[in-house]
Ligand binder design. Structure first.
Ligand code: 13P
Ligand code: SF4
Length: 305
């Protein structure tokens, strides 16, 4: 089977089997094309909450599939490739954060959505990169313990200077690896390009961006910009999708190392097997974990509106 035939088959079977396919924007173009919804992690969680189908397939990483299960407990939720994890989501566990909380009892614990379902059970509210600033501003408490990403945390802190932040040393190994000299290099090579950066990058990179925001934020910025050239400081997929949408504009990666292997492990064949019901991994969460984690995500959706 070639790509087009495989895509046609997936479209046919997913209709037959009442399946909704969600794909994070870091997925490859062939996977995004067969999805019912694509977007950043916030948009996908909102779509998951409203999906009518009895089965949802997540083409993304494990915490995203867990979020779908938390919001839609009666649906069968399948992670298209069971090996797709997020290293940042696995950096901190319940034991560590319980301990940290003891030192900051009057802080509101804000968890980036890139955390496990079990860690969410002991946090107060979730945020995504697109909703973090808005939600943190709306939290009544002015003391914020932000986990696990210190880079996103310091970006949010810079946007909400009226609050006090405690950050821990977690982060995305892919975005945090981008070095400030790569900004110098890219700007020298492409002096007319705008620099668009995901706030998971270190502050020395994010501070030099013309725009910093989530994957959806970066794509929207491009759609509304008259500029012809962009340096993309997030996973390579974003520049590639934008190249399809705007073939006459130029997109340059900020760094060649901006490839998330976990996001790239899902193939069209994985999706094909998952829609047929013979691939992927069904996400199962204990009721107590699901219910406690849901509080945190519901709060995110309520404050993020
Ligand atoms: P978004 O919130 O922009 O979708 O980012 C998710 C992610 O994993 C970024 O690395
Ligand atoms: Fe996790 Fe980083 Fe990959 Fe996003 S890009 S899924 S934060 S490892």
């Amino acid at each position: 089977m070639n790509t087009a035939v495989l895509q046609e088959e997936i479209m046919r079977i997913k209709k037959e089997n009442d399946v909704c396919i969600l794909a994070h924007s870091y997925q490859t173009q062939d996977v995004c094309e067969i999805a019912d919804f694509t977007g950043d992690s916030y948009q996908l969680s909102v779509k998951a909450a409203g999906a009518k189908n009895k089965t949802v397939i997540m083409c993304g990483v494990r915490f995203m599939a867990e979020t779908v299960k938390i919001l839609s407990p009666d649906k069968k939720v399948i992670l298209a490739n069971p090996y797709a994890g997020c290293p940042m989501a696995e950096q901190m566990d319940v034991e560590l954060i319980e301990d940290v909380k003891k030192h900051y009892p009057d802080y509101t614990v804000v968890a980036y959505i890139n955390t496990t379902a079990s860690l969410k059970t002991i946090c107060d509210v979730c945020v995504t990169s697109s909703s973090a600033v808005k939600i943190v501003k709306r939290i009544e408490n002015d003391k914020i313990l932000f986990i696990p990403d210190c880079n996103l945390g310091s970006y949010v802190a810079s946007q909400v200077p009226e609050k006090t932040f405690k950050l821990l040393q977690g982060g995305c190994p892919i975005h945090a690896a981008v070095r400030p000299w790569e900004v110098d290099e890219a700007k020298k090579l492409h002096p007319n390009a705008l620099l668009l950066v995901h706030p998971e990058c270190v502050p020395a990179v994010t501070n030099r961006a013309d725009y910093a925001g989530s994957t959806a934020g970066i794509m929207d910025y491009i759609r509304h910009s008259d500029a012809e050239e962009f340096i993309i400081g997030t996973e390579l997929a974003i520049g590639q999708h934008m190249q399809y949408e705007f073939p006459n504009k130029k997109f340059y990666p900020l760094s060649k190392s901006l490839i998330c292997p976990n996001m790239k492990i899902t193939t069209l064949v994985d999706v094909y097997n998952a829609v047929k019901g013979c691939g992927g991994e069904e996400i199962v969460l204990e009721d107590d974990v699901r219910i406690a984690a849901q509080r945190c995500i519901d709060k995110m959706i309520e404050l993020g509106k």
